[in-house]
Design a protein around this ligand. Sequence first.
Ligand code: NAP
Length: 322
Amino acid sequence: MKKALITGLTGQDGSYLAELLVAKGYQVYGLVRRTSTSNLERISHLAGNVEIVSGDLLDQSSLMDVISDTQPDEIYNLASQSYVPLSWTQPALTAEYTALGVSRLLESIRRCQPDARFYQASSSEVFGQPDESPQTERTAFRPRNPYGVAKAYAHWMSVNYRQHYNLYTCCGITYTHESPRRGTEFVFRKITNTAAKIKLGLAKELKLGNLEARRDWCFAKDAVTAMWLMLQQDTPDDYIIASGETHSVKELVECAFSSIGLNWQDYVSVDPEFYRPDEPVQLVGSIDKMKTQLGWEPEYSFAQLVESMVDYDLKKLTDSSM
Ligand code: NAP
């Protein structure tokens, strides 16, 4: 039985990846940091199938202990301070988690389990304001926020440990991916959640920023399948994980409201507080390498993703047991 260690188990991607690996017959360990109240909501359905191990990316010895004790074949580093706006108010802490946390993890692997295969969750934020569109694995990194800078450091450290120490490390440069398990601070879930609330009479309006802004969105379930596939290859490499297409916030709003029989124009207004100008060059990933080398492409369409999230939010708001 293969053994996998997931950091960031309690997050969106960690919960989907754990499901996937359990279904594939892995022994799954999830690194969880201590909190004063339980944060296991996203993985409660996996109780008994995943072993929780205690550790923190801020603490080198905890990482070494966990890796020595569990001896995983595969390690997926999904833990991070993942919210871009917070990286401006807490830049040093973001660097501790998102950049130096990866150094600590790589050092722990090198010392305790050098044969383990390692996946690092890179982000399209490393491209910042890219000079080409779509971006490929060869596009230059020009991060424009502390989160992107920290992810760029983590990416290059993972590549350097591959080149210098011959560790099996892979970076997945993921574009925005969503699911019913996404936090409501992110615009996609904010829209589906508020549309559901309006349908139920629990909210009256939805305030958004630039409706013309375009993003490359895919479903988190598709993204974690790509992560797993990357670690099954003979040779480690870096890949873009994206949908390869963009949709505007307006398209998202239209799709969410029309799926529940509402006209979005009756409820949505533009609030200058949330307004961001259009990006001069679009952030959209080329998935050619993933398609040709790993045979991966997203299974879920944009419309399926939006409708499934609105549906989930409607059920969650009406069913207290969810
Ligand atoms: P998420 O829901 O915010 O989850 C982040 C996870 O990191 C949580 O489990 C959190 O644990 C854990 N964590 C934070 N600090 C930690 C620390 N010091 N030690 C141990 N664990 C810590 O993120 P996600 O959406 O699943 O994203 C997964 C990864 O992909 C992240 O690295 C993110 O930056 C990256 N990414 C995500 C997207 C996206 O669209 N979702 C796009 C590009 C890249 P707690 O529960 O204790 O807070």
